[in-house]
Write a new protein. Sequence first.
Length: 189
Amino acid sequence: MKKALLVCRPEQNVAQLRELLVSEGCEKISAAFSAYGAEEAVHGGEFDLICINAPLVDENGIDLSRRLAEATKAVVVILVPQKNLKELGELLAPCGVLTAAKPLNRQLFHLMLSFASGMRSRFIAAGEETERLKGMVEDIKIIDRAKLLLVSCLNMSEEQAHRYLEKQAMDLRTAKVNVAKQVIQTYEN
């Protein structure tokens, strides 16, 4: 994880947490001192990790962790007192927020971030694959619409329309979807 956002109260020791995040591989660490500041920072850029040292000046940090987990692709970790760990862990886990007890156990924190980083990579890859598949489905819809127009306007069979689109795409050295868009533009007007 390269880019991190550290959210804590101004009087808390930012240097120790910053040092810990650097040791975890974070190269650029921004700091926010309130929930409002954290949300502003998130709107200004993408983060790999968001670490919230609860409670904050303007809220307890729980709602912020939920909002940020929902709104970003970042790994969201909230640091809470040991006595609240189990309760908050059960509350926030379904939202995708990791909870860690204060004071931090460095080894446990490292393992948590390693696991979360791997899961984040898988999540991002799955999202990219979903977008790629959505694009393919849209292309198929366009091609099918063009085939339907060729069948209805030029009395081609579905097979002839399919061959026509493929041949035009090869002849013009372009994607079949581009030929289909041209057919749609020509016959729908």
